[in-house]
Design a protein around this ligand. Structure first.
Ligand code: PHE
Length: 472
């Protein structure tokens, strides 16, 4: 059956198309660039000892993330439906199995869960727009800045209020349709965010601790890295690139047929990585110059960046603008976390976009209070990886996204017939196609599995056999 399905498959999108490849790049960049780059990357790099973690993260981004992004976009464009319907359709076409739809369902659920905590952190950035604008941080000492963060995250009412506000805005935008507004927002937001980060970089270079911060990020000490650290680095590669849950697949469904998938993916991955590294280069010098702890956890950016804004001329305005842009970046990511579920409900239940968005938004909003409470009333309720938030983050980011990505790359690399994938990738330079196929078939799946096995200790006997003294 697969043989008949060659170059002829050209489906129409059910929800319209991006007006150009450039708009698609903007949309996927908007999805990828967000709290993952600026809030999460620095704090988990700090928790996992810096350099070695960053090296593994970069390796995962390019060896695992990039080929999976290509696979996810190509599946999305081939199917041109919501991720569940696309996986059902292509599963049937390429493998005669509708059960591939479960990969889509896994993605929808993952997006739900991630958005529930993402929205809480995004809400904090909203609060920081106001805090900065009213000059709360002007000339503030590190202790005062830490107290300010505790007053927000430590209050279920404050934190819940901002979480509600962020979900409200997200539902509003998704209800109006993804293309409108999103295009303009991203076109302006990403460059503006980079400009402010470059100003902050200038500040960080003058803190006197830039070298220390730089060394922390780039001098690897592999003894500091545990098996679970490697798992976290891989999870972060998926999280920051929005991979493994259908966000990129949903956007790929609206990609014009002639646009190059490989070129687009390379551009998005490079931009996303550059922004994360930039964030690290800004934050760690501030951490070391002020004697703060790189291991401060989810509050790290909220306890460091205000110090910089507090000392810069015009810092109140810059600070407010920065957090506004970060909230925008979070919004464009939040939209993409919601889009697979909304498109799925619309296509299945026959309800309109607005109702679907409100339904999804309501459930995610309620779920978000698990995270809100993890920083106050339930902060002592700890198990396994820590608070409820820590566990939700761990399971979704480090297990569900890589698992989804594994299925996606197996599907794109092994299940899909090569006529189909080569046709979608439209590579005249066949060697590029073969390189992708090699990465998608062997490198990405094997790496994901090895990192999973390693994290649960299954590889230890092998390491021990290779290195009897137990040194790596
Ligand atoms: N990539 C986004 C960020 O870095 C988060 C995200 C994850 C968005 C998964 C969509 C899907 O903030």
């Amino acid at each position: 059956m697969a043989e008949q399905l060659t170059a002829a498959v050209r489906r129409d999108s059910l929800h319209g198309l991006w007006s150009s490849r450039f708009v698609f790049i903007l949309a996927v960049t908007g999805s990828a660039v967000g709290l993952g780059n600026i809030w999460k990357f620095p704090y988990i790099a700090g928790e996992n000892g810096g350099g070695a973690f960053v090296a593994v993260y970069l390796l995962c981004v390019f060896a695992i993330g990039l080929p999976i992004m290509v696979g996810e976009v190509l599946i999305g464009r081939r199917g041109r439906r919501n991720p569940v319907a696309t996986m059902t359709l292509l599963g049937e076409e390429e493998a005669g199995h509708r059960s591939w739809s479960l990969v889509g369902v896994l993605g929808v659920v993952t997006g739900f869960l991630i958005l529930s905590f993402y929205s809480v952190i995004a809400g904090w950035t909203g609060a920081y727009i106001i805090k900065s604008a009213i000059g709360e941080f002007v000339g503030a000492a590190p202790e005062a800045v830490v107290q300010s963060f505790i007053a927000l995250s430590g209050s279920a009412v404050n934190s819940g209020f901002w979480h509600t506000a962020f979900m409200g805005v997200t539902v509003f935008v998704v209800a109006r349709g993804v293309e409108r507004g999103l295009e303009q927002a991203v076109r302006f937001m990403v460059p503006a965010l980079v400009v402010i980060m470059l100003i902050l970089l200038g500040y960080a270079m003058n803190t006197g601790a830039f070298q220390q911060g730089f060394a922390f990020l780039f001098r690897p000490d592999f003894r500091a890295l545990t098996g679970s650290g490697v798992l976290v680095a891989m999870g972060q590669a998926f999280f920051t690139l929005s991979l493994g849950m259908g966000a990129v697949m949903a956007y790929g469904a609206y990609l014009p047929q002639q646009a190059s998938i490989i070129g687009t993916s390379v551009a998005v991955v490079c931009a996303d990585t550059a922004i994360a590294i930039l964030a690290g280069l800004v934050i760690f010098p501030i951490v070391f110059a002020n004697g703060l702890d790189p291991n401060a956890g989810p509050g790290l950016i909220f306890e460091t960046l205000p110090l910089a804004f507090g000392q810069l001329p015009g810092g109140a305005i810059f600070g407010a603008l920065f957090f506004l842009l970060l909230a925008f970046a979070a919004l464009t990511s939040g939209i993409s976390l919601m889009e697979p579920a909304v498109a799925w409900i619309m296509e299945n239940r026959g309800v309109g976009r607005a109702s679907a968005a409100m339904l999804v938004g309501g459930v995610v909003w309620a779920l978000g209070f698990m995270t809100v409470l993890s920083f106050n009333r339930l902060s002592d309720f700890r198990f396994w990886n820590g608070t409820i938030f820590d566990n939700m983050d761990f399971v979704t980011t480090n297990i569900m996204l890589p698992l989804g990505g594994l299925f996606i790359t197996v599907f794109a690399g092994w299940v899909m017939c090569q006529n189909s994938s080569a046709d979608e990738l439209d590579e005249t330079a066949g060697s590029l196609y073969r390189l992708w196929l090699f990465l998608a078939r062997y490198v990405a799946p094997v790496a994901v599995l090895l990192i999973f096995f390693n994290a649960i200790g299954l590889l230890e006997p092998i390491f021990d056999a290779l290195m009897p003294q137990g040194q790596l």
